[in-house]
Ligand binder design. Sequence first.
Ligand code: RTP
Ligand code: MG
Length: 141
Amino acid sequence: MAIERTLSIIKPDAVAKNVIGQITSRFEAAGLKVVAAKLVQLSRAEAEQFYGVHRARPFFKDLVDFMLSGPVMIQVLEGEDAIAKNRDLMGATDPKKAAPGTIRADFADSIDANAVHGSDAPETAAAEVAFFFAGLNVYSR
Ligand code: RTP
Ligand code: MG
């Protein structure tokens, strides 16, 4: 398996619950390393562009409004099979369907306020890391 990088966002609901550390501990326990990180308030333009693939979906405005509802913790995670590993740790999009012990099962309230984002493929991971960390240091560990 290859060493990969993936983009993780701890969403406003989880930041508000003060569980940045608990969520990040799960990444670390699974062998993923934080190689870049920033706590930021997204602009509407950033959130719309980031989730642009969903622009035509009925939930798009709610999704963008939610992502603007407070600061988010954006991290680049590095490790073996990092993209799929992070998605496994996150659990299903809808916390009601997320497997027990996953981040969304334990910390998410609803399909909208679902605690975390994770890149879903190598192409999106590369684009999402570049979107938030272009020109900034991403460290190899
Ligand atoms: P994410 O991109 O945030 O990691 O979530 P995901 O891959 O599990 O799900 P995705 O299909 O990419 O959807 C992005 C976000 O849109 C909201 N959503 N709502 N009401 C709905 O049917 C619905 N479907 C998706 C979720 O908040 C999801 O995280
Ligand atoms: Mg997605």
